[in-house]
Each structure stands twice: as structure tokens, then as C-alpha cells.
Design a protein around this ligand. Structure first.
Ligand code: FAD
Length: 417
């Protein structure tokens, strides 16, 4: 990371401790090659080491460093938010993935279970989330309920010690690989929409769950439609009280904003595996850097990259004061999403015709186009930029609240599309 606050003695000691752990767990020569600044010698070490990013997420997941804020008894360090920042900066420095393959488990399900789950649920699920043994998905959005999530229609009806779930979800990322899902369902349709929801842990292999992958414009299938036909969920899998699902879901959503605001074109992502210094690679990838207009744009991206880092630090210092992720998560998420779109669009522009048409096998050109297409989703997933701006207007600027149709009315009486 290019922007750094000088470490306190405690932070420097923790950084050293984490470096020692990296040295003991990374292939021989890896850190020295990065420290030497010679991209070719690093590439040689990387290629010959057989480094496997999937196995690596398991290694770090079992080490306590993947979730330093989680309690010690469930695989974390019971630590401080600055520890996360130190770990992330070391991962970026040593060209390691900063995003777990089980992003939704580590970033969303884990914090929700820690805050609202029973001891038995914490014991059963948290460690396997960190080790990546059990992948999670988020079963919230439905065809008629995205931004207005609390209007959702999937029903859960109690039957003794079980609940019977019927309905449909959509945009469910990783559902095709997931063992468990965070399910938000309507348990009481006769009260106002936010009050009739309950939060469950759903075993994705339960009879009656059908997952249908959707193809995106990038050509891949990240997300799915998920159908439930009389799916039985034990009451022991309920998170929080009956009717308290909205409060639990808010914990998931706040943490989602923080998790997604950490994803950018710069840090070494899981999908991208290990690469060279990300900012340097970006600069090197831009042709015609002597063009004054190109230089202006690059300088602007540099300013924005610095701003992104500073805003992240502000968000983590709010958490250091013991606060739950709040509206600053929305600021970060909107800024990061729009930055990704501006930068991926610039990368295509900078290559002129080659940005949109290339010879088969040109992997750099393919990657640029993929990044551009995937970035379109950034301003939609995890809450759209419009809806997050509404939140900032209300919660940070104190402006009048957005109009809420059907406020206080029973869910059954509200007109839905
Ligand atoms: C790549 C990707 C992955 C996703 N993964 C998941 C997942 O794993 N699990 C999950 O549950 N969901 C997931 N989602 C769904 C995502 O959360 C929703 O798409 C998002 O909340 C928007 O809902 P919607 O698509 O129904 O759009 P709508 O809510 O129908 O919005 C349509 C348009 O209206 C605007 N709008 C709506 N309400 C307002 C308002 N009050 N003020 C101003 N403008 C408004 C929106 O900004 C948008 O432009 C994913 C989405 C994407 C793109």
C-alpha cells in the first residue's frame, strides 16, 4: 500500500509477527523476491513454487489472521480493527489474495452469527467458514424485492420444530457451490413488512432447493436463481428471534458494504491470483502516457486511489471506537464502485480500437474487457449507488427521509409488483 500511517510500536510489533507467520507459511524465496523489487525474479519464484490460492485461503483461514476481529474461541484474534489494516497491507505488499473465496461467509455470515447466533451455531459454523471448508451464499434478493428488500415474499411457515419454506430468490452469488445460505423469509404477513421477517441458516443440499445458474454479460455465471419447494428448515437454524429477521439482516447488509468496499481493481484479488504491484501494473498497461490528456486522467486516478485508502482508514477507525459499520460503509462502497467503473472504462479508452476488438488469444485485452463489463455490477450489488446515496442523505446529512410506500401497513395490504 502506498498510503500508510506510521505504525505505533504495538502495530509495528504486530506487523513483524504477521511477517514471521508469512515467512513460515509462504514458499521459500517468495518474500525476498518481492522485497527485491525485481518483478521477473518474483515471477520465477511464483511460477516454480506451485502456489495454490485456493489452498492458501485455507492456510490463512486456519491461522486466526483471516478474521482478526472474530473472537479467539471461534478462530479469530479478538483483536482491533487496525490489525485488519496491517494484515491487508502486508497481503497486498506480498502479492497475496486479499479476498477469501468464501467472501460471503467471512464477510457477511460470520459477523451476523457472531452478533445474533446461538453458542451452538457459533460452534458449528464459524471455523469452517474461515477455513473455506463450507462456502456460504446470501439468500436475500427476490425478483420483486431488491432495493426494497423488506418487501420480500418467500414464506416460512412453522410446523413443530421445523419451518417449511416456499418461494424464490435471485442474484444469489455462489449458490451453485454453497453448503449454506443466509435466508431471509416472511414468517408473518399480517404485520408491517419489516416486522414479519425471520433469519435462517439454510442447508443448500436440503430437499426442495433448486439452483439455476444465470449467465452474465461477462460470459460467466457468478449468480443464480434459487427456488424453494416445501424446504424443511429446523428451528435450531433460526438466527435471532422470530420476527427479528430485519435486525439480523441489517448486520449482514452493513458488513456487506464494508466487505464489498474492500474489493477494487487494485488489491490482489482471489480471482486474479498473484500479480505485480497493482498500481504499477495499471500504469504500465496504459499506452501513450506522454499524451497530456492521459496524464491528467492518471493523476486523477492517483488522487482517487489515495482517497479510497484514506476513507477506508476512517471507516476502520470508526470501528476501532467500537461502532458497528455505519453509513461510512455506504460512502466507501459508492466511491469504490464508481471508481472501478471510471477506471475500467478509461483502460478501454486508452487502448482506442484495441479496447474493443483484438486478436484471439490477447489475454490482456480480454482481461481489460472483462474488468470493464464486470464493473457494471459494482454499482448494483450490495445496494445500488442511488439507494446508498439516499442513506447518506438521511443518516449523514440529516435530510428528509425517502418516501416509504405502505409505511405501517400490514405486508399483505401493500401493493407489490
Ligand atoms: C453481481 C451481483 C451479485 C449479487 N449478489 C447477490 C447475492 O448474493 N444475494 C442477494 O441476495 N442479492 C444479490 N444481488 C442483488 C442486489 O442486492 C440487488 O440487485 C440490488 O439490491 C438492487 O435490487 P434490484 O436488482 O431488485 O433493483 P431495484 O431495487 O428494482 O432497482 C432498480 C433501479 O431503481 C433504483 N431505485 C430503487 N429504489 C430506489 C429509491 N428508493 N430511490 C432511488 N432509486 C431507487 C435503483 O437504484 C435501480 O437503479 C446481486 C446483484 C448483482 C448485480
Amino acid at each position: 500500500m502506498r498510503w500508510e500511517i506510521e505504525d505505533t510500536a504495538e502495530q509495528a510489533a504486530f506487523r513483524q509477527e504477521f511477517r514471521e507467520w508469512l515467512a513460515a507459511n509462504l514458499p521459500k524465496g517468495w518474500m525476498d523476491a518481492v522485497d527485491s523489487g525485481d518483478a521477473d525474479s518474483f515471477e520465477k519464484v511464483r511460477a516454480s513454487s506451485g502456489f495454490n490460492p485456493f489452498a492458501w485461503t485455507g492456510t490463512i483461514g486456519r491461522s486466526r489472521y483471516a478474521a482478526p476481529l472474530w473472537p479467539k474461541e471461534y478462530g479469530g484474534l479478538s483483536g482491533e480493527p487496525w490489525m485488519q489494516q496491517v494484515i491487508r497491507s502486508e497481503l497486498v505488499r506480498y502479492r497475496l489474495p486479499t479476498v477469501a473465496i468464501n467472501l460471503l461467509g467471512v464477510g457477511l455470515a460470520g459477523p451476523t452469527i457472531i452478533e445474533h447466533g446461538t453458542e451452538a451455531q457459533k460452534e458449528r459454523y464459524l471455523r469452517k467458514i474461515l477455513s473455506g471448508e463450507e462456502i456460504w451464499c446470501q439468500l436475500f434478493s427476490e425478483p420483486g424485492s431488491g432495493s426494497d428488500l423488506a418487501s420480500l415474499a418467500t414464506r416460512a411457515v412453522r410446523d413443530g420444530d421445523e419451518w417449511v419454506v416456499t418461494g424464490q430468490k435471485v442474484w444469489t452469488t455462489l449458490a451453485q457451490f454453497a453448503q449454506f445460505g443466509m435466508l431471509l423469509a416472511r414468517t408473518d404477513p399480517n404485520v408491517p413488512k419489516h416486522e414479519g421477517l425471520t433469519y435462517f441458516i439454510l442447508d443448500m443440499k436440503s430437499p426442495g432447493v433448486e439452483v439455476r445458474p444465470l449467465k452474465q454479460m461477462t460470459g460467466s455465471s457468478e449468480f443464480n436463481e434459487v427456488f424453494f419447494t416445501d424446504v424443511r428448515v429446523p428451528d435450531a437454524n433460526r438466527v435471532g428471534a422470530v420476527g427479528d429477521g430485519w435486525r439480523c439482516a441489517r448486520t449482514t447488509l452493513m458488513n456487506e458494504r464494508v466487505a464489498l468496499s474492500g474489493i477494487s481493481l487494485d488489491p490482489v484479488s482471489f480471482a486474479g491470483g498473484t500479480r505485480r504491484d497493482p498500481w504499477r501494473s495499471f500504469l504500465d498497461s496504459v499506452p501513450d502516457r506522454s499524451n497530456p490528456l492521459v496524464r491528467q486522467r492518471l493523476a486523477q486516478f492517483y488522487i482517487e486511489t489515495e482517497l479510497k485508502e484514506i476513507t477506508s482508514f476512517r471507516a476502520s477507525s470508526a470501528r476501532a471506537r467500537g461502532q458497528q459499520p455505519g453509513p461510512e460503509g455506504a460512502v466507501n462502497k459508492v466511491f469504490n464502485a464508481e471508481y472501478n467503473q471510471r477506471r475500467s472504462s478509461f483502460s478501454l479508452d486508452a487502448h482506442g480500437m484495441a479496447g474493443v476488438a483484438w486478436l484471439a488469444g490477447d489475454r490482456d485485452a480480454e482481461a481489460r474487457a472483462q474488468t470493464f463489463l464486470r464493473a457494471r455490477a459494482n454499482t448494483i450489488e450490495g445496494g445500488t449507488s442511488e439507494v446508498l446515496r439516499n442513506q447518506m442523505a438521511e443518516r449523514i446529512l440529516g435530510l428528509p427521509r425517502d418516501i416509504e410506500v405502505g409505511k405501517g401497513m400490514p405486508w399483505t395490504d401493500i401493493k407489490r409488483n
